[in-house]
Design a protein around this ligand. Structure first.
Ligand SMILES: Cc1cc2nc3c(=O)[nH]c(=O)nc-3n(C[C@H](O)[C@H](O)[C@H](O)COP(=O)(O)O)c2cc1C
Length: 338
């Protein structure tokens, strides 16, 4: 089953989630190269984009861009969403995604993100303004509702489709759950049943079995993976390949991972500069080591010593060397086990 967003056909059914501070251009580029069906930028506020404030220039920069280029907009005023959508298109966006899922207080406190699900009339006006200002397809990302008493995702989704939205992603939690508990994949089915546009299920897709279970429970057309990609940007492509062979990429070998991880590290240094790049890289490299510990390649004591050498190192050249040694040791372990 293939997914089309307007005239844009996705190469598979597994999407890398927008994650502020994580799914930046180097991460997206790698996820895309490793077979993700679609990658989505970190959110930018429509107004900040128009006024070129904060780090929106970096977030929407064309450098490292992969096609289709998806810019995610957040906001609470229709006029800024419309102007933001126009500017996003000028910047080369092929798809504009509207954020109605973010639970963060600084976002919902400004009545954007998932707070919009408390007032569907207002949410609709934002959607209509964005669609009217866009020549490219508009998609929408939402939660199930504000809280368990107000599950209104099916209603919002139906009205959004009527307003011209071309794909909807549902994170199977309410805003009040933040990231607690488990995503309710079955609840996403009630959205899917209402719509003829593609529906993407999101929340807790941590492994291939979860991806299959999510698709079965929700009836969705595809899955979106966020935190499951921490420390392994190749993961959406691997899940896509497991779901439908030939549409994604197989898990890279340790030698291939070493090249990808070093490339990712260099990409972050280039984008942010050496000092900030070092800080940004720390979290990704920390996740990488944690992941290899979870996968059983190293034990907790080894993970802690690698963290010291890789994550706490301020000299980026030494970080690169330590990463090479890290992967050489993993390859030795693999060879011994063979
Ligand atoms: C660090 C972080 C940043 C996020 N930033 C965004 C964002 O910018 N826009 C958005 O729509 N959702 C954002 N989300 C939510 C994710 O896209 C996704 O809906 C959520 O993490 C659930 O999926 P998962 O269980 O696969 O991680 C963010 C989540 C995390 C963990």
């Amino acid at each position: 089953m293939s997914i089309s967003v307007g005239a844009i056909q996705l190469r598979n059914r597994v999407i890398l989630a927008p994650m502020s501070g994580v799914s930046d251009a180097p991460f997206r580029k790698l996820a895309h190269a490793c077979g993700a069906g679609l990658v989505v930028s970190e959110m930018v506020a429509g107004r900040e984009l128009v006024e070129r404030r904060g780090d929106v220039v970096r977030r929407t920069a064309g450098r490292n861009r992969v096609a289709p280029f998806v810019i995610q907009l957040a906001g609470r005023e229709a006029c800024w969403m419309a102007r933001g959508a126009e500017l996003a298109q000028d910047l080369g966006a092929d798809i504009i995604d509207i954020n109605m899922g973010c639970p963060a207080r600084q976002v919902t406190g400004g009545y954007s993100g998932s707070a919009l699900m408390r007032d569907l009339g207002h949410a609709l006006r934002l959607i209509e303004a964005t669609v009217a200002a866009s020549k490219v397809p508009v998609t929408l990302k939402m939660r199930l509702g504000w809280d368990s008493q107000t599950i209104n995702a099916p209603d919002l989704a139906r009205r959004a489709e009527a307003a011209g939205v071309q794909m909807i992603t549902v994170h199977g939690r309410t805003r009040c759950q933040f990231y607690g508990g488990h995503a309710d994949w079955r609840a996403i089915r009630r959205v899917k049943e209402q719509l003829s546009i593609p529906v993407i299920a999101n929340g807790d897709c941590i492994d291939i079995a979860a991806a299959r279970a999510m698709l079965a429970a929700s009836g969705a057309d595809g899955v979106m993976i966020g935190r499951g990609s921490y420390g392994r940007p190749w993961w959406p492509g691997v899940v896509a390949e497991a779901l439908v062979p030939g549409t994604g990429r197989r898990e890279p070998s340790l030698a291939q991972q070493a090249i990808l991880v070093l490339h990712h590290h260099e990409g972050m240094l280039t984008l942010y500069g050496h000092e900030i790049g070092n800080k940004v890289a720390r979290k990704h490299l920390g996740w990488l080591i944690e992941r290899k510990c979870e996968e059983g390649w190293i034990d907790a004591a080894q993970a802690s010593s690698w963290r010291e050498r890789v994550v706490r190192e301020l000299d980026n050249r030494r970080v690169g060397l330590a990463l090479k040694h890290f992967y050489l040791e993993l390859q030795d372990t693999e060879a011994e086990a063979a």
